[in-house]
Ligand binder design. Structure first.
Ligand code: SF4
Length: 361
């Protein structure tokens, strides 16, 4: 048995990989072998035939941002003619539209806009909670939280406690990109650093607000830096157990200042597979279909992913970077069925929602 075969068997059994072992597998195992081991692990962890998805929407309430990441085509600097901030009524109208379509999760997310006081968020979240009590407010990146803390001269914990009291229930894992200092200095020099990202997550999870974790891969990072990213997330999860899921998605370069090339389908599937094998303490790996498209998202279900993420009824950040993928609930359910699984609507916390499917069984 070769060393790679031994490591694949070890990982498929759920035994922890060291950083060196993870990197060796990621670099040297064939896609077929890596995917098979990840699928075996996923099948052991989730033995039923259900594959879940959440009915959700992303509302990009402002594009004004003082962070200026070079991989971002969405933001506009302060004072720019194309900058916008939605009124509460505009956001609420979008929530109402999404709720009519069964959305149970709202992701309010945008730029780090220094003009917005904490009261903007408090009043907005209260209004959403009063009008749409069945909708989970799963919102704001670590950068936005830190931006509010800086503007208001408050601690991150005080900001999170205030927003939680207003109705914020959980945080998306946005803004992680690659949690390695060298990479962040090149692609997001003005953003909070890797330690700060982890610290905000630690504080939120400690307050009982679960979060997800993401990875934006394919900009300038090395293979080893991808594994380091997984490693720091695994370490924090050992400590807090507060991450609900891991969502790797690839960088869309077409309209960004950073430019570069888009990851290939093989690269995407390899990242899904190594994520399943390396993140032995994460229950769920999401097939992030928005950037690679639904067909690759479907294949991810056979390479370690157990969840199709969300419907993302409305989204601008990735779309403005040059992605044109859209999928209806029926499309998502058909993709799940044809991969050999049964679609299942879930909520933010991966609990089954008794909500009718869009397509007949
Ligand atoms: S990725 Fe987020 S923080 Fe960075 S420039 Fe875009 S909106 Fe701002």
């Amino acid at each position: 048995m070769s060393e790679v075969e031994r490591l694949l068997a070890q990982a498929a059994r759920g035994e922890r990989l060291s950083r060196e072992q993870g990197l060796a597998l990621y670099r040297e195992a064939s896609l077929h072998d890596l995917g098979a081991a990840a699928h075996a692990r996923r099948s052991e962890m989730h033995p039923g035939r259900d594959v879940s998805y959440v009915i959700d929407t992303t509302i990009n309430y402002t594009n004004i941002c003082n962070v200026h990441c070079t991989f971002c085509a969405f933001f506009r600097p302060e004072g720019h003619a194309e900058g916008y901030t939605m009124t509460h009524d505009e956001v609420l109208a979008r929530v109402a539209w999404a709720a009519e379509q069964g959305a149970t999760q709202i992701m309010v997310q945008g730029g780090v806009n220094p003009d917005l006081a904490i009261g903007y968020y408090v009043e907005l979240f209260r209004a959403i909670g009063e009008r749409f009590p069945d909708v989970d407010i799963h919102s704001l990146s670590t950068s936005e939280i830190c931006g509010i803390a800086k503007r208001e001269n408050m601690s991150v914990e005080a900001v999170l406690r205030t927003l939680r009291a207003a109705g914020l229930r959980s945080l998306p894992g946005a803004g992680a990109e690659i949690l390695v200092e060298r990479v962040r200095k090149r692609i997001s020099a003005r953003k909070i650093d890797d330690d700060r990202w982890l610290e905000v997550m630690r504080i939120a999870q400690g307050l009982g607000m679960p979060t997800t974790a993401t990875m934006m891969f394919g900009s300038i990072e090395t293979d080893a830096e991808r594994i380091t990213h997984l490693d720091v997330l695994r370490e924090l999860q050992d400590e807090t157990h507060g991450f609900l899921a891991f969502i790797p998605w690839y960088y869309v370069p077409h309209k960004t200042p950073l430019r570069g090339r888009e990851a290939t389908g093989i690269e995407y599937l390899r990242v899904i597979a190594i994520s399943r094998l390396y993140l032995d303490n994460f229950a769920h790996i999401q097939a992030s279909w928005l950037t690679p498209g639904l067909k690759l998202g479907q294949l991810a279900l056979l390479h370690g992913a157990d969840d199709m993420g969300g419907t993302i009824l409305e989204e601008r950040v990735v779309t403005l970077a040059g992605s044109s993928n859209h999928a209806t609930r029926a499309d998502i359910e058909r993709a799940i069925r044809q991969a050999g699984y049964i679609p299942q609507v879930r909520d933010t916390y991966f609990q089954r929602r008794d909500y009718p499917l869009a397509t007949p069984a």
